[in-house]
Structure formats: C-alpha cells, structure tokens
Ligand binder design. Sequence first.
Ligand code: ZN
Length: 257
Amino acid sequence: MTAETSPSLPVGERSENGEGALVLFSGGQDSTTCLMWALARYPRVETVGFSYGQRHAVELACRERIRTRLAAWPGWGERLGPDHLLDLGALFAAGVPTSLTADLPFTQPAGGLPSTFVPGRNLLFFMGAAIIAFRRGLRRLVGGMCETDFSGYPDCRDDTLKALQVALNLGMERRFMIETPLMWRDKADTFALADELGGEAGLALILEETHTCYLGERGMRHPWGYGCGACPACSLRARGFALWEARRGGAGGAPTA
Ligand code: ZN
C-alpha cells in the first residue's frame, strides 16, 4: 500500500515530496520554537492554529506577526507555506469550563488535573492537523508538547502522542510522524534551542513576538518577554529564562545580571 500522496488534491496543491511538515502553531514560545525547528529541517512547512474558545485571542494575533517575520527570514522564508485556522469552539463549548476558556481561577489540586486542562485539546489538535496534512500531502505533524516541565496534562505525554500516531495512521491509512522536539527539554532548553536555531534574531523573535500568558496580558515587557508575570505560564517562562541565562553565563557566554 503506497499511501504517501493525497490523490484527492490536485498535484499543484501538494508538497512535492512527503517530507513536508505541518506545525501546530499557537503563537506561543513553544510552538514558535517548533516552527523554527521545522523550517530548519524540512523543505515545506505549513502551520495550523486552533480557535477553541480560549479566553483571549492574543496568541492568535501574535501568529500573524511571527509568520510575517519568518516569511522574510533568509533561508527559511521560502519554505514557509500557507497557514490554516480551525475553529473548534463549538466542540469545546460542549466540554467543562476551564481557566483557559472561562474566567476561573488557576488551581492545581494535589494529585489532580490543573484548572487549565482542556479535555481532549491536544488529541483534537492532532486529529485536525492530520486531516489537513492528509489533504496537503504533508507527512510530519510537529507539536510543542513537553513532559519535562510537565504541567500535568495527560495529553502532553510522550506515550499519549505515540499512541495517537498509531491510531491516526491506522485510521487514515497514512504514515504520519508526530514529532515533538521539546518533549524532553525544559523551558531553559527551549530558550537555548531558539538561540541555536535562530541566534540573536531567533531569541528576539521569541521574546518580542511570542505569547505565553494565560491572562492575555501584553502590557509589561519583562526580560523573558511579555505577560502578567504571575500566572502559571508566565512563572514557568520566567524561571526558564533565568535558568537559561544562568547556564549560558556558566558555559562561558556573556554573564547577565
Ligand atoms: Zn501571565
């Protein structure tokens, strides 16, 4: 069975080979780093974003600015293909309210799921991505999920995504590869990867344009970027940046205050 091409789509609308990638791209630090990672590897890279009833649309606005900057990036710009946006709002409206989709406080019960957990979110994201990748003839599905700074999301686990890859390939008769370059990196390593991939300009892109804050706050610029500075996502990013700076200084780089 050869199933690496998409017979339902005119040839001109497909990637020329099966090694194109579709990046789950939210406009946050992790998915932007994954997009840079994919652009450094694959000849054709497309992006997909999801609207799922999130409390703020700041990330979605950041996506466009980031894509515009990457489209002008030497060596990467010509690899960056179209963006796709899937509206999953009606589907997630059927689920429980969470701190990401409703004005609820951030809580992390001992041994339980955090209040930011949106049930089924990453599973549906990859299913949506696979539907687009099937049509576009793209083989690799790239996501910024991570177990290292584990937020307690069971759909970020490596085992979950490996099982999902098997299910998608069986159910769609394809050989998709789910790739998660950040799975075993902590936040400091993710800053290091952006530096490795894009140098100072790559870091500037992360710090100036990506958005992480759960509250959608972009009024205050911290050393690690924009955000409220207090929500769990900002705290993780701030700690990661401080640790990366310490490691960089310790490794012989420019020490920072
Ligand atoms: Zn925040």
